[in-house]
Every structure is written in structure tokens, then in C-alpha cells.
Design a protein around this ligand. Sequence first.
Ligand code: SAM
Length: 227
Amino acid sequence: QLSKRLEEVASFVPDGARLADIGSDHAYLPANLALNGKIAFAVAGEVVKGPFENAEHEIKKEGLEAKVKARLANGLAAIEANDQIDTVTICGMGGPLICEILESGKEKLSNHPLLILQPNVGEENVRVFLQKNGYWIEDERILEEDGHTYEIIVGRYHGEKQPLTKEELMFGPFLMRNQSPVFVRKWQKEIEKTNRVLSQLQKANQVPVEKKRELETEIKRIEGVIN
Ligand code: SAM
């Protein structure tokens, strides 16, 4: 049984995919997809020994050794040419780390696999990375689970740069067009947080004018987007 978050990620993996799940920990995502006959093959990559052993254990427990390979490797180094990977998932990490993994393993992306990315924070970094590298955001989801808000961003290679506004990079082109209650709640909380910072700075009587303007602009920008 997958978490709601990984269930949503799984729903974007194409039938018959050859998947690399990087930072797989227990390999729950590839194991579930393999058990349901949804994928042809998967690599579960892990850079830390403990989680790598978790992945090995799960794969063995489910009898999936022929279809799912656990590999101890840093980022995309887990992918080998013979794997013919066409889909990459990277979930449950910060956006900057996801970008670093993709950036430093770029040669493994030469066949332009579908990228299904689930940053816990720093989603804008991921959108900027995709845009810079000729990927177009093809779909997005936002969901709440156990008090956390998660975003899923699906990128497909097109070659040329996707035209995205500053707002679309920050809020997500699909998420802002199709505003769900979770989306609105996330950004309302962001306004409240920014307001709190602003009033604390004011109380301490030390608000540099620029900082104040920056925070106010941020609030106005969010207010201009949420319905
Ligand atoms: N992907 C799973 C999920 O979404 O539930 C596990 C997420 S867990 C919070 C993040 C995992 O990423 C950890 O097990 C960590 O060891 C792994 N990780 C972090 N940096 C990595 C890297 N450069 N290469 C491979 N795995 C990495």
C-alpha cells in the first residue's frame, strides 16, 4: 500500500516504463509498480547504505529480483546504458537537491527520459531546471498528507524552452490555472508566514526598507495569483 503521495507519482508512470527511481529508500514505488505489472523494469538507486539495504530487502521480500534492481550509487550514476531507462522519478527531497542530482548526472539524460519529480520544498528550482533544459511541464499535482503539502511536477523533453511567466515558475502553470483548495491553502499560509516575519521585523524596529518592500511585494504577488 503506497502513501497517497507516492500513489499520485505512480499514476504518472507510463505503462510498460523502464523506470529509474533515484533516492528510492525502501523501493516502495518501483516495487508497487512492478507488482501491479505496470512497468517493464526498474532501478532503485540509493546513495546511502541503510536505505539501499531497505530497497534490497523489499525487492527480495516481494520476489521482484528479476524486474527491480537496487543499486548503491550517487544520483543518476545508478543508471546503466543497458537499462534503457525511459522514465525517472525523484521524490521526497528538496527541489535544490533534485536539481543537483539531475545536473550532475546530465549525461544519463541524453535520451531525454520523462521526469516525474516530487520536491518537498523549493518547487520553483525544479521548474527553472526543467525550463533551462528543454523540458516542458506537462502536468502537476498538489496534495496534502499527514499535515504536509506536496507537489508533483511532470516534465517531458521538447528541445526548445517552454515559455513560462515568473508566476508560472513560482506557482506552477497547471496548479495556478486549476486552483485546488490545497493550492489556495498553501499560498494563504505563505502570506500569513510572510506577514508574521514582517510584523516581527517591525516590532524589533529594524526593518531595512528594501527587506520590507521585498516582503510586501511577495505578499502582493501571491494575492494577485490566488483566487
Ligand atoms: N523516494 C522515497 C519517497 O519519496 O518516499 C524516499 C525519500 S527519502 C526522504 C530520500 C532518499 O534519497 C534517502 O533515502 C536518501 O538516502 C536518498 N538520497 C539523497 N541524495 C541522494 C543521491 N544523491 N543519490 C541517491 N539517493 C539519494
